[in-house]
Each structure stands twice: as structure tokens, then as C-alpha cells.
Design a protein around this ligand. Structure first.
Ligand code: G3H
Length: 496
């Protein structure tokens, strides 16, 4: 159970402690933040409401711990990461349990998230050892006007303190996707978990604590965004921000100083379906892509753009599969579970009502109980409906019928988002042309959008983000290039 067994130390009465300077602490604020279980709508957990002074302390420790961490051999950093990964995987059950209770992720998927996170940490340790152990050697005489008098050596050095802010939908996985690259590259790490997901994050951080990382190198500070959010993101000690979430990222980017930013801020991933597509394959991918974790994924299929001639057949196939989705508690592994909060459910309902008023075809009856919304396919959606453009982050999927591929591409490119998209066709030549025309960070051919495998590059265009993720790109983003130039008094050429 969460907060028991090896995790007893992180709980103070009924409030989870925060992590600073290698110790589990209770905030001097005397206040806590309640985490509401999305399914029961009752308070499930409480975490510390940390103060700005506590943020200052964490930053001070992070700055000083980073200096010695940067001098720790790469193989030793990797060894500790492998250890943390193993501890995390060994404790998947209590961590998955808190995911179920805090974010209503189905039990099976919660376990998968923890295991995937352990694998990501290990992969990152291995990749770091490879790519950070190599640099470049350049010779001056390749540039016009130069003799071979300069030898340039490049290596990658850490940025300093990395601030990681993961979202509620993958609080563990999208935290470690920031923590592991930061640490292997020699940075220190301050984690600000989302409110829903904070307890899962604290358990995950405890696994790093048990692995034996130096004091102050990793911290986890909980609290209200309104009190410590801006203070954290504008803190002068922060040298890099890695954020996943909504459009808060846009305001963070406007306020952050001259530091590297890695941001993923959502998407409206289009699924373009051509006449020659395998419609059974498309239907399965629409179900997986549109309704996994109740549509609460940045990479969910969020609009289907289907050629009119095959639209009826596709909609029938998807409808038949929607009818088989189970709806209910995450503990029972239902496909569709409560969305994260009442405000999120209200927002989704607003989009549904707008589509209803404007004449969309409801393939199922709209049904909602509390935060639980039954899966809904909306056919004959038109561009004047909000659902054609906005991200519901819920189990509601619009279908727009198109008369040409160009119409589909134009709809996709008119979005302010540009995360991923997908195209279904048996013609690889057409697929490549469409992929090149779609203004998104990734295009999947004959499969639903997805971030993984976690070593693949993952990036959004336009309002979907800045910088690229994936293990290798994250390590690179969290380092800077350092060069040393050896100047020779006379040209020196190596002879054969
Ligand atoms: O929600 C945003 C995530 O980056 C999506 O990850 O494609 O593995 O579900 P996923």
C-alpha cells in the first residue's frame, strides 16, 4: 500500500512529506494540499504546501550538490541510475496503486507506467555513458585561410540545476524522462510534481533516495502552483526547465530567463484516413489512440479526418468497438475511467454541448456521472464546432468527413497545435507525401500517435512545444558544448 512498507518514512501522519537535502520533511507552512480521487471525488491524499523559503533552500542545495556531482565519474552516475531503476521496478505495486487513486489510471496501465519508467532510467544511463563519453576533434585547416595550427576538442558539460515539472497524466514516467537525462548529464534536479500525481512522484523519488544519490542533488517540492509556481520557474538558480502540461508552458516560457526550455504542451493529433486504408486497422487504432486512459494523453487521436467514400464503413466499425469499451473504476481495469477533475469534466461537457447545438451526429448517447464520461464518437463534425479544434482531454472523439486529402492536411495544419498526426493508407508513396505536408513534430504511418518507444525523438511544432524529447535529445538538451582549442606555434600535419 502507498505510504507503507519501505515508504513509511515519507508520511507524516496523514500528510506526505517533501524531499529536500536528502531528508523527508514537513513544511514550516503547517499547511497541506488535498489530492482528490477523480473516481470517488473524495480527498485521497495530502501533500505539504511548501513555502518560498523552502524553495530557496532546495535551490541552494541543488546548486552546491551539482558541483560535486559534475565531478562524479560518468560510470558511477550510471550505476546509481541503474540502482534507482531496479528499486523502482521492485516497488511497482505501491506506486501503481497511488497512480490508480490519484489520477484514476487503470491498474494495469499504472503498473506499465512504472515499469516503463524503470526501463527509461536504465536506457538513459546506458545512452549517457555512450554519448557523453564522446566528443569531437576538429582541425583548423578545413576552413579557408587556415593552416593546421589549431586542434579543437569538444565535450558536453552540464547546465547546472534542472527544474522538472511533469503533468498529471504520466506523473512518474514524464518525471523520470526529465530526471534521468538531467542526472546522467551531471545536473542536479528539482522536481515540482503536479498536484494529482504528487504522491506517486514522492514514492518514485524515494526510490532514488534509496539508491543513494548525494544529498541535495534531487529534491521534490510540493505545493500550490499559485504560491510557488512562478517562484520556482523564475528562480535565478534554475538553469533549465523541462515542462510537460498545458498552455501554462507558454506563460512559463515568457517569464523564464535566458535558459534552455524543453516543453510539451499538448496536441490535436489528426488521423487522416484514405480510401485504400485497412479500415479494421484504422478502427483499432482509433480506439487505442482516442480512448486509452480516457483520451487524457497529449498524443491521443483527437480528430479523425476521413475520406467521405469510406466514412460510413469506418464509423460503423469504430462504433462497434466503442460499444465494447468498459466504463468504471480504475481498480477494475475499466477502459474508460473518471477524468482527472470536475473542471476537466465540465470543460469536456462544454465541447459536447457546443457540438450538439451545432448539429453533430451523436453515435452514442452522451452520459456523465460525476467525473466519469462515457466514450463518445461525434460524426459529421464541422469546422465551426469547438471540438474540431480544441483538445478535450477526455473520451470524446470528433469525425470530420473530408472530400480530399488536401482538405485533411489543411485542417491539420490550421491547428495551433503540431504534436503528432497519423495517416492510414496502403500507398507508402502517398503516405510519405502526406507526412511531409503535415506540420507536426511526428507523423505515424498506419498507427496511432504515440511518444514511445521512449528513445524516439518526441517534439511538437507551434503551440505544442519547444525542444525535442526522447532519451538522446533530452540528454543533449540538458548539456552545453564546451571547447578547448590547442594552438600550435607552427602548422603540424600528420603524415601517412
Ligand atoms: O500525454 C503526453 C504524453 O507524452 C503521451 O505519451 O504517447 O506514451 O501516451 P504516450
Amino acid at each position: 500500500m502507498a505510504g507503507t512498507g519501505i515508504f513509511t518514512e515519507i508520511l507524516d501522519g496523514e500528510v506526505y512529506k517533501y524531499y529536500s537535502d536528502g531528508e523527508w520533511r514537513t513544511s514550516s507552512s503547517g499547511k497541506s494540499v488535498a489530492i482528490v480521487n477523480p473516481a470517488t471525488r473524495k480527498t485521497q491524499y495530502k501533500v505539504q504546501a511548501c513555502t518560498q523559503e523552502e524553495v530557496n533552500k532546495v535551490m541552494e542545495m541543488a546548486k552546491s550538490a551539482q558541483k560535486s556531482w559534475a565531478k562524479t565519474p560518468l560510470w558511477k552516475r550510471a550505476e546509481l541510475l541503474h540502482k534507482a531503476a531496479a528499486i523502482l521496478k521492485d516497488n511497482k505495486a505501491p506506486i501503481a496503486e497511488s497512480l490508480v487513486k490519484e489520477i484514476a489510471k487503470p491498474a494495469k496501465d499504472s503498473v506499465t507506467e512504472v515499469v516503463r519508467s524503470g526501463d527509461l532510467i536504465s536506457y538513459c544511463a546506458e545512452e549517457g555513458v555512450r554519448i557523453l563519453g564522446e566528443g569531437k576533434f576538429l582541425l583548423s585547416d578545413s576552413f579557408p585561410g587556415n593552416e593546421r595550427t589549431k586542434y579543437c576538442l569538444t565535450s558536453k558539460i552540464p547546465l547546472g540545476v534542472v527544474l522538472a515539472i511533469p503533468p498529471f497524466n504520466y506523473p512518474v514516467n514524464l518525471a523520470v524522462s526529465k530526471i534521468a537525462p538531467a542526472l546522467i548529464a551531471g545536473n542536479s534536479l528539482v522536481l515540482k510534481p503536479p498536484t494529482q500525481g504528487a504522491v506517486s512522484c514522492l514514492h518514485m523519488v524515494y526510490c532514488f533516495h534509496l539508491a543513494g544519490f548525494p544529498k541535495g542533488l534531487i529534491s521534490c517540492i510540493t505545493g500550490k502552483g499559485s504560491e510557488i509556481g512562478d517562484f520556482l520557474t523564475m528562480h535565478p538558480a534554475v538553469n533549465c526547465i523541462s515542462f510537460t502540461g498545458g498552455d501554462t508552458g507558454i506563460s512559463i516560457s515568457k517569464k523564464a530567463g535566458m535558459i534552455p526550455l524543453q516543453m510539451e504542451l499538448g496536441g490535436k493529433d489528426a488521423c487522416i484516413v484514405l480510401e485504400d486504408a485497412d479500415l479494421d486497422l484504422v478502427a483499432s487504432n482509433i480506439i487505442k489512440g482516442g480512448f486509452s486512459y480516457s483520451g487524457q494523453r497529449c498524443t491521443a487521436v483527437k480528430v479523425v479526418l476521413v475520406i467521405e467514400s469510406v466514412a460510413d464503413e469506418l464509423v460503423e466499425k469504430v462504433k462497434a468497438k466503442v460499444a465494447k469499451l468498459t466504463v468504471g473504476p480504475p481498480e477494475e481495469n475499466c477502459d474508460i475511467t473518471a477524468v482527472v477533475s470536475e473542471s476537466s469534466a465540465n470543460f469536456i461537457e462544454g465541447l459536447v454541448m457546443d457540438a450538439k447545438e451545432k448539429g453533430a451526429t451523436f453515435c452514442q448517447e452522451y452520459k456523465r456521472e460525476g467525473n466519469l464520461i462515457w466514450p463518445l464518437l461525434l460524426d459529421n463534425v464541422r469546422p465551426d464546432m469547438r471540438i474540431a479544434w480544441e483538445e478535450p482531454f477526455g473520451p470524446v472523439l470528433p469525425v470530420l468527413r473530408i472530400s480530399s486529402v488536401e482538405e485533411g492536411i489543411n485542417h491539420c495544419n490550421a491547428s495551433n497545435f503540431g504534436l503528432q498526426g497519423c495517416v492510414f493508407t496502403k500507398d507508402i508513396n502517398k503516405a510519405m507525401l502526406i507526412s511531409d505536408a503535415m506540420e507536426t513534430g511526428t507523423v505515424q504511418i498506419n498507427s496511432a500517435p504515440a511518444r514511445g518507444p521512449d528513445h524516439f525523438p518526441f517534439q511538437g511544432l507551434k503551440d505544442s512545444g519547444i525542444g525535442s524529447q526522447g532519451v538522446t535529445n533530452s540528454i543533449n538538451l540538458m548539456t552545453k558544448v564546451k571547447t578547448t582549442v590547442i594552438n600550435l606555434p607552427t602548422p603540424s600535419y600528420s603524415m601517412g
